[in-house]
Design a protein around this ligand. Structure first.
Ligand SMILES: Cc1cc2nc3c(=O)[nH]c(=O)nc-3n(C[C@H](O)[C@H](O)[C@H](O)COP(=O)(O)OP(=O)(O)OC[C@H]3O[C@@H](n4cnc5c(N)ncnc54)[C@H](O)[C@@H]3O)c2cc1C
Ligand code: FES
Length: 274
């Protein structure tokens, strides 16, 4: 069911990215990794990860301006209304054990669901390491929010392709350097949570498989219905739907997805290279 909600806060995060906050009273509390279908009457309805949620019913989405509907969202002002459906989909599974080595690895706008996950891990008093990457400094999302350097429990690594902020290079390289000195036992006691460009997540999958590390990845596909009806978000050959069976998939499933890292579908349903 679509609910109409009023925008209460808008933050300019970085180049082309805004966080939109609204009040939504719901009996169903969202979990990190879940998403919402955001409806702008006369424009479109599109999927957006929940980037934060607080107990006083404040929900946020963090939107990168890439096309018609995201551009219309960027034009909204405080006090405007949007239609919201959800929370939808499965979520990141947080281990019960506190002794696990947890890594959160986000690229570009993929950091959005990881911000919600990081705040939940902090609330549950889990330690974790965070790797955030972008092409350029002005594309690093949540550069200030996720700067947990003041807290000993969290280790944060920022990286940019050109070295304009943080370390120079890709998130995958930083991850490899962090696990280099870990024992087999420590590796097998690790979990990686990731969201970002699929090529990055594909590389991470292979690093994780080689090192017997559990991986949970949040996938993106073009969506129309967001509820398992249209089939546009199907991934071959397992026939899994990102909206209904995902958006989070584990390494065991990802390694069987032939499309993963290679193909997605366009708006007509035709397969195109990633
Ligand atoms: C589960 C899920 C969570 C998402 N979370 C976020 C988020 O937190 N923040 C965010 O900025 N974006 C997120 N996206 C991507 C977002 O939905 C698309 O960028 C958006 O639908 C584009 O709409 P548009 O009308 O602005 O662009 P269009 O004009 O429709 O298209 C512009 C470009 O975006 C591509 N695109 C369109 N829809 C999608 C899609 N669903 N996934 C990937 N690329 C798409 C098109 O192929 C085209 O290249 C998420 C997508 C999914 C599936
Ligand atoms: S978006 Fe229609 S089936 Fe997933």
């Amino acid at each position: 069911m679509v609910k109409t909600v009023k925008i209460t806060k808008i933050i300019d995060e970085c180049h082309g990215v805004k966080t939109i906050t609204f009040k939504k009273q719901d009996l169903i509390k969202p979990k990190p990794g879940q998403f919402l279908m955001i409806w702008l009457p006369g424009v479109d309805e599109i999927p957006m990860s929940i980037s934060s949620y607080s107990d006083n019913d404040e929900w946020s989405i963090t939107v990168q301006n890439v096309g018609e509907c995201t551009n219309s969202i960027h034009q909204l002002k405080i006090g405007d209304y949007i239609g919201v459906r959800g929370p939808i989909g499965n979520f990141f599974t947080i281990p019960l054990e506190k002794n696990k080595n947890l890594f959160l690895i986000g690229g570009g706008i993929g950091v959005a669901p990881l911000k919600f996950l990081a705040s939940e891990l902090k609330r549950l008093k889990h330690n974790f390491k965070l790797i955030i990457g972008a092409k350029l400094k002005n594309q690093l999302v949540f550069k200030n929010d996720m700067n947990y350097h003041d807290q000993e429990e969290f280790e944060v690594h920022f990286c940019t392709d050109d070295g304009s902020y943080g370390e120079k290079g890709f998130t995958t390289e930083i991850f490899k350097s962090l696990i280099k000195s870990m024992s087999r036992e420590e590796l097998e006691n690790s979990v990686v949570f990731t969201c970002g460009p699929e090529i990055m997540m594909y590389k991470l999958l292979h690093i994780c498989l080689e090192n017997k590390i559990e991986l949970q990845a949040s996938l993106e596909r073009i969506m129309r219905c967001g509820c398992g009806l249209c089939g546009l978000c199907v991934i071959d050959p397992l026939g899994l739907l990102v909206c209904n069976d995902g958006p989070i998939f584990t390494s065991t499933v990802l390694e069987k997805m032939e499309d993963f890292g290679k193909y997605k579908r366009d708006f007509s349903g035709k397969k195109i290279s990633i």
